[in-house]
Design a protein around this ligand. Structure first.
Ligand SMILES: [Zn+2]
Length: 452
């Protein structure tokens, strides 16, 4: 059996607040004077929660986080934890506006999280992006604020926005916000088809312009919808342990993941709320191997979760995932072979600007390399900037000088053509005929240009 921790993975659906280490949470709670329930004090998670209990639980966790250093710390530790599980690229979800409103500064929590993620990246090399979520139960005003944050912090790694929470709350009230997000090039990734049926998925696609679906497991109840998702290549972020804990699925054994794969849907494996339910991404892969007997090839295909996808709407690169069919697999249990599904180039999220496109390359030797158009260091940035400035200046100078030169040439040519010829004057010591009217403008111009 290969160690699945070594498998390079992308993690697309994980909530930062539900990935906080229990020890860290206890320390932060103490520092902020928050008393945690007994079950938490024991450091244990409650595996079977149910959605309502889970939501209350989430609110309590959120309440512990108050100071900038709390957010920075959990983000930094998150990077360390993800790296340890073999995650090379993560899109982490954060409820920025809710914290901002609660703490009286809309920007503070997000900025603190970004700081922590940057520190984590510097220490561990993990590549990250942020998605800001908004609960469907909350106000449209807050949704606007979430969008404002997503737009304002795009250059800092915020790539998208998603509607989360109870799917019985419709998306229609947020239609304007979601339209504006689409227009602004903000990725839209909504929770749908977890508790809601196929209609919630259709709503996420039509009203929400969803490019990817959080969960989406109930798509299987509608074969027409399955065909549509397959044809459009909409990726599903499947989170089996979360589904069991929140009772969206009766058990792991009856989880629809194998049927989603059989249906040819784009399936990615995720944790959703790892600390809350006591799992991590390696554990999810292991559970899938043990529960469904998935071989290395299928597991590697799941890991190769992010690939190219074009948004039909705008023809841009988009977030996507697919079970890869790339070759190079080796049979299960072959310790000598590679767990990787062979060379394949995968592309992470479509971003509004091309300069931030990230490629994930999973090679034969199980190493995932992130190739990013962004300069890697300040020196490179300065060199690119200087070159761009030089080329730009040259083009600018040429663009300004060319028309002026052309006009001067034209004037000179015209003056030459209308040069007076009937009166004798001297040009470089030789006699030249000038017209009677030597005071004409043309004559004066001629004299100015050609006579010494
Ligand atoms: Zn979720």
């Amino acid at each position: 059996m290969r160690d699945l921790r070594q498998l390079p993975k992308a993690h697309l659906h994980v909530h930062l607040e539900c990935a906080v280490r229990w020890t860290t949470l206890a320390e932060i709670a103490t520092a902020n004077g928050v008393v945690l329930p007994d079950v938490w004090a024991a450091g244990g998670h409650v595996f079977e929660l149910g959605f309502r209990q889970f939501a209350d639980h989430g609110m309590l966790v959120r309440d512990c986080l108050r100071r900038p250093e709390d957010f920075t710390r959990i983000a930094r530790e998150f990077c360390a934890d993800e790296t340890r599980e073999g995650v090379g690229y993560v899109e982490v979800t954060f409820t920025a506006a809710a914290h901002g409103e609660r703490l009286g500064s809309l920007e503070m929590p997000l900025e603190a999280v970004i700081r922590g993620l940057r520190e984590g990246q510097a220490a561990h090399g993990i590549e990250w992006r942020l998605i800001l979520d908004h609960s469907r139960r909350r106000s449209v005003q807050r949704a606007w604020r979430t969008l404002d944050l997503a737009r304002g912090y795009h250059a800092d790694g915020v790539i998208g926005m998603g509607m989360a929470g109870e799917e019985s709350y419709p998306l229609a009230p947020f239609a304007e916000v979601l339209d504006a997000a689409t227009a602004a090039g903000v990725h839209l990734i909504h929770h749908a088809g977890e508790f809601g049926g196929p209609d919630s998925i259709r709503e996420a696609l039509q009203v929400g312009h969803a490019e990817r679906l959080g969960h989406g497991i109930r798509a299987l109840e509608d074969s027409v919808l399955v065909a549509e998702l397959r044809a459009r290549g909409v990726p599903l972020e499947v989170c089996p342990s979360s589904n069991v804990a929140l009772r969206a699925s009766a058990s792991l054994a009856s989880h629809p993941l194998p049927r989603l794969l059989e249906a040819g849907l784009m399936v990615t494996l995720n944790t959703d709320v790892p600390a809350t339910i006591g799992t991590n991404l390696t554990q999810e892969y292991t559970r899938m191997r043990e529960t469904f007997g998935l071989d290395d090839r299928v597991l590697a295909d799941l890991a190769l979760a992010v690939s190219t996808h074009r948004s039909r709407r705008r023809g841009r690169r988009s977030v996507c995932a697919r079970p890869s069919t790339a070759g190079g697999h080796s049979p299960q249990g072959d310790q000598g072979g590679s767990l990787s599904p062979g060379p394949a180039v995968a592309m992470a999220p479509r971003l509004p600007t091309k300069s931030h496109l990230v490629f994930i390359y999973v090679s034969d030797n199980q190493r995932m390399t992130l190739l990013d158009f962004r300069p890697a260091n300040p020196g490179q940035l300065a060199a690119i900037g200087a070159a761009a400035w030089l080329i730009g200046s040259l083009i600018h100078v040429l663009a300004v000088l060319a028309p002026i030169g052309l006009v001067l040439l034209l004037i000179a040519g015209l003056a030459w053509l209308v040069r007076p010829r009937t009166r004798t004057t001297y040009w470089r010591g030789r006699p030249v005929e000038l017209t009677d009217d030597s005071r004409t403008a043309a004559h004066r111009l001629y004299r100015a240009l050609f006579r010494r």
